[in-house]
Design a protein around this ligand. Structure first.
Ligand code: B12
Length: 214
């Protein structure tokens, strides 16, 4: 692994925004892959911070500072990501399900999709099932993308699909889900069209869904 990735990951864990900025500029100068730097460096650091939170070594303020450090790096690297894009702009709506305010992962998925030329409408967090549907209709989106980080909120994803069925419009949209407690078997159980464990694979999945595999 590139030593810069490890350093980026460490700097996120250390809440060291200044180092994250410097290292991100080095990534660009040294022509290291920007996407890998986000995926294997910054995101890895956020995952490690998450584990420290679970071990009660870090608390909410620390996590928020880690997230700020991670985002500072993402902003610098974003314009340098090279993903083979799709030819025309397919539309997706994305949001975090009702009751849930964890949006770091959702923001990364959105960023990667936009880099691949998707037109992504961000509904934010704590989004009700009906809002997902209303916004998808309003924006003529092809894909509804739902994120959930909590076992207590993930059933809201099933509500989106059930409501689509009740309203007779299930076949108008592809529903793609993701987030910590979500799995392929959960996606199958609720009848979602796709699941991805991370942002990189979410792009491949959506490209496949719109029939523009690259
Ligand atoms: C950061 C964090 C926070 C931050 C959130 C900041 C923010 N703006 O998002 C803060 C400190 C605010 C927070 C608050 C809370 N948190 Co919290 N938090 C976390 C933590 C540590 C990391 C999550 C994260 O950002 N990971 C990094 C990102 C990059 O990864 P990710 O989200 O998984 O996303 C990737 C993939 O999952 C996927 N993906 C994500 N979404 C989607 C969507 C689609 C469509 C697709 C295809 C893919 C995809 O791609 C992403 C990128 O690769 C997790 C623990 C963990 N290890 O997950 C707990 C965790 C999720 N939190 C938890 C809890 C309980 C809370 C609180 C209730 C705590 C409290 N008592 O106040 C509140 C929640 C308030 C609310 N109602 O939402 C629990 C949830 C437990 C459960 N019930 O399941 C966890 C699991 C910690 C734990 N073990 O206790 N939290």
């Amino acid at each position: 692994m590139n030593e810069l990735f490890q350093k980026l990951s460490d700097a996120v864990v250390d809440m060291d925004e200044k180092s994250v900025r410097e290292l991100s500029h080095r990534v660009i100068e040294e022509k290291v892959d920007a996407f890998d730097a986000i995926d294997k460096g910054l995101t890895k650091g956020m995952d490690r911070a998450g584990k420290l939170f679970e071990e009660e070594e870090y608390f909410v303020p620390e996590l928020l500072m880690c997230a700020d450090a991670m985002n500072a790096g993402v902003e610098i690297l974003k314009p340098h990501i090279k993903i083979k894009g799709i030819s025309k702009k397919h539309k997706a709506v994305i949001g975090v399900i009702e009751g849930d305010t964890h949006d770091i992962g959702k923001n990364l998925v959105k960023l990667m999709l936009e880099t691949a030329n998707f037109n992504v409408i961000d509904l934010g967090r704590d989004v009700s099932p009906q809002t997902f549907i209303d916004k998808a209709i309003e924006n003529k989106a092809e894909i509804i993308m739902i994120s959930s980080l909590m076992t207590t909120t993930m059933d809201g994803m099933a509500d989106v699909i059930e409501t689509l069925k009740k309203q007779g419009i299930r076949d108008k949209f592809k529903v793609v889900i993701g987030g910590g407690p979500v799995s392929q078997s959960f996606a199958d159980k609720i009848g979602a069209d796709g699941y991805s464990k991370d942002a990189a694979n979410a792009v491949k999945l959506c490209q496949k869904i719109v029939g523009e595999e690259v």
